[in-house]
Design a protein around this ligand. Structure first.
Ligand code: SAM
Length: 269
């Protein structure tokens, strides 16, 4: 076990809240994340290597680890903490700026994502990988309330985020991680979730945009939300009728799979 905190101290590292830097040092939690994500023998992409704590736990199991980190002050630290691991490639790019096609090209083979995500870009990062042709699963730590929304199948938490994720993946909550297990301690607890792609097509920008339209005003009916966005009213009521739903249905009544189906019927998915 590398002395991660010692190396950070030696380099006088200062945590940057603006980059969502909340590190985990507990070896048992790190091993659990790597195992739950399915690191064994896999090609793994990690977003935000930090001090390399999770990277090490992943790399000792995986065939290949491609770790992204944008804070260059961490590179000399990672040089030390990941020393001796010859299956790790470190990238200094911002995944969101690269875009999913470039990430897929860089990796060049089927992969899975395992990460303690920077919280300020959790959703765009998850969406990026749900749009990938090569990514089979995303296992990540997210704020507890985000995990609740991603996994909700009905009720107040079910919304555009739940529907987009569930249209292309099956989400599972693995375990909660308390705020005091992170350094520095964030204000809220986190949940480790795993999203397994369901074998169908990846999420598209078109479907993502359609689902957001469906939930544009949550208390309004689907017909109202979609016609406000310029979609023909008769087309929407016909499509709903064909699927066995009344014209008064709201987006949450349909669930993810039916919203996907509705998007396809309307040429929007
Ligand atoms: N993996 C480490 C751990 O578990 O202790 C660090 C996790 S910390 C929550 C998130 C890391 O993501 C930080 O090191 C931060 O600098 C990095 N980060 C923030 N935005 C990023 C981005 N757009 N691309 C890659 N890394 C990013």
């Amino acid at each position: 076990m590398a002395d991660f905190e010692g190396v950070l101290g030696k380099h006088k590292f200062k945590y940057k809240k603006s980059l969502g830097q909340n590190f985990i040092f507990d070896e048992q939690i790190l091993d659990e994340i790597a195992e739950a994500g399915g690191a064994d023998g896999a090609c793994v992409v990690e977003i935000g290597a930090g001090a390399g704590t999770l990277s090490r736990a992943i790399a000792k199991r995986s065939r290949r680890l491609c770790a992204f980190e944008i804070d260059e002050t961490l590179f000399p630290i990672l040089d030390e903490t990941l020393d001796g691991l010859d299956n790790v490639q470190l990238f200094s790019n911002n995944v969101l700026e690269l875009g999913v096609e470039t990430v897929d090209m860089l990796i060049g083979e089927p992969y899975i994502v395992i990460a303690n995500l920077p919280y300020y870009i959790t959703t765009p990062l998850i969406f990026t990988f749900l749009k990938s042709e090569l990514c089979g699963s995303v296992t990540c730590l997210v704020q507890k309330e985000v995990a609740d929304r991603i996994c909700a199948t009905d009720g107040g938490d079910f919304g555009a985020l739940s529907a987009c994720v569930q249209a292309v993946a099956n989400p599972t909550k693995i375990r909660d991680v308390k705020s005091w297990d992170f350094t520095p301690m964030p204000e809220v607890d986190s949940t480790l979730i795993r999203l397994d792609r369901n074998g169908g097509e990846p999420l598209t920008d078109k479907l993502d945009a359609f689902i957001k339209l469906c939930f544009a005003q949550k208390r309004k009916t689907l017909v109202n939300n979609l016609t406000a966005a310029g979609i023909n009213k008769q087309d929407v009521t016909d499509a709903l009728d064909g699927m066995g739903f009344p014209a008064t249905a709201r987006a949450e009544q349909l669930g993810a799979a039916n919203l996907f189906e509705l998007g396809k019927k309307l040429g929007r998915a």
